[in-house]
Design a protein around this ligand. Structure first.
Ligand code: COD
Ligand code: ATP
Length: 365
């Protein structure tokens, strides 16, 4: 069923910017000879030496999260998931031309371009979505047992880097205090509602001020994310989740092995936003939504789309499916470490495909 729908071809599209992965993998080979020597000496030594000498990572291409999901779930369970694949994302022209059945349930996981190259050391999962679509809810599910993943939440970090005394705080006060009179609370912290009113919206002024605020906060947020990723890698996590609302806008998706979008209908998004932030007027809610790349654009860019229009139970089910699909395959991992030629072949293939795919992407956007 999956092959008919061209799902198998779409893997060529998702070999994307993985400099972090490459660096981590080469570093792993350099730093972890002990770990590798736990495997058969005769085989692992040439594997490690080859990867070091060539300076090429032994990539982890898992062409088959979908196949894995297929094995775990029945065809009936999977059908609604794969029905949701955007035909334009398939390379297979005949599959793209096939009429696509409509979504059959309100909350589904859209697994597309599913070959999110997991790697020896750690998979970086970029979690994003529009404002109030449910990223934090998904994050908390991902960080819960039985398979808790470490989460780096950009919103939380963005709050920390603007605490009084930080360079970002000083820069914000210096730039915004002349135009935002109520910029500071009594205790000296930023009045976030007032700052929000100054930067959200589609007017030229708001756009300019948002650019300034992003220019101040984003470098600090990115630095904190890099540290967080390194710490997770040192701890030996198999994956780390970057919960970043502006993942695509800020170009951070280039460093992710997989990108997961939490999306929902615009009307539901606005309702959830107003319910969660009752101090916002309808107009302010619209302005916040309009300050981000549209969900349609994000849908086109993401590897996985979680449609969060249904209940929390639906969402929980979708998240479980995503984790299963992303989990590494032990056998391929072992093969790549044991057989250097196989690992190198995978790395070369990936390099070619990544470049090919990036060309495609530029042409499409
Ligand atoms: C403007 C600020 C003060 C408003 O604070 P407030 O407490 O009302 O909102 P909060 O920070 O909780 O953000 C809520 C949501 O708004 C959206 N959002 C926040 N900043 C931005 C932005 N610069 N552009 C577009 N959307 C944004 C995100 O979806 C975020 O999840 C604050 O959002 C901020 O400092 N933004 C700049 C830093 C940033 O870009 N943060 C996002 C993660 S990198
Ligand atoms: N499936 C769902 N059913 C009902 N309510 C939901 C569902 N998913 C999320 N919500 C609610 O919607 C609101 C927004 O969700 P959440 O805070 O997770 O969004 P977010 O994308 O992280 O928002 P932000 O971009 O502002 O950080 C919350 O009040 C949450 O409880």
């Amino acid at each position: 069923m999956l092959a008919e729908r061209g799902i198998h071809r779409s893997q060529k599209q998702c070999h994307r910017g993985q400099l972090v992965g490459i660096t981590l993998d080469v570093s792993a080979a350099l730093l972890c000879p002990v770990k590798h020597s736990k495997l058969t000496h005769m085989h692992t030594r040439p594997a490690v030496l080859t990867s070091l000498a060539m300076g090429i990572r032994l990539s982890h291409t898992y062409p088959t999260p979908a196949k894995r999901a297929h094995e775990l779930l029945s065809d009936d369970t999977l059908r609604p998931l794969f029905n949701a694949v955007d035909p334009s994302s398939c390379l297979n022209a005949s599959a793209a031309a096939t009429p696509q059945p409509q979504l059959t349930s309100p909350s589904q996981t859209n697994l597309k371009r599913y070959n999110y190259n997991t790697r020896v050391t750690m998979l970086i999962i970029g979690l994003t979505g529009g404002i109030a679509t449910g990223k934090s809810t998904v994050s908390s599910l991902l960080s819960s047992p039985p398979n808790p993943l470490p989460i780096l939440d950009a919103d939380v970090i963005a709050r920390e880097v603007v605490l009084p005394g930080t360079p970002a705080y000083r820069a914000i006060v210096s730039h915004f205090s002349p135009t935002v009179p109520d910029l500071l609370e009594d205790d000296g912290t930023l009045n976030r509602a007032a700052l929000g009113r100054a930067v959200f919206g589609e007017s030229e002024d708001a756009k300019r001020e948002r650019k300034v605020l992003n220019g101040i906060t984003h470098p600090a947020v990115k630095r904190a994310l890099v540290w967080g990723v390194l710490k997770a890698w040192v701890r030996g996590e198999w994956a780390v989740v970057l919960d970043v609302p502006l993942l695509f806008e800020g170009g951070l998706d280039k460093f992710c092995g997989a990108t997961v979008l939490v999306a929902c209908d615009l009307k539901i998004q606005k309702e959830r936003l107003l319910q969660r932030n009752p101090h916002l007027s309808e107009e302010e809610a619209d302005q916040r939504i309009a300050s981000q790349l549209s969900l349609e654009d994000k849908r086109r860019r993401a590897n996985i789309v979680i449609e969060n229009d249904g209940s929390l139970e639906d969402l929980e089910r979708s998240v479980r499916g995503v984790v299963e699909a992303l989990k590494p395959w032990g056998l391929v991992t072992l093969m790549e470490w044991l057989i250097p030629g196989f690992g190198l072949w995978m790395a070369g293939k990936e390099w070619l495909m990544r470049n090919y795919w990036r060309g495609e992407r530029k042409a499409k956007l």
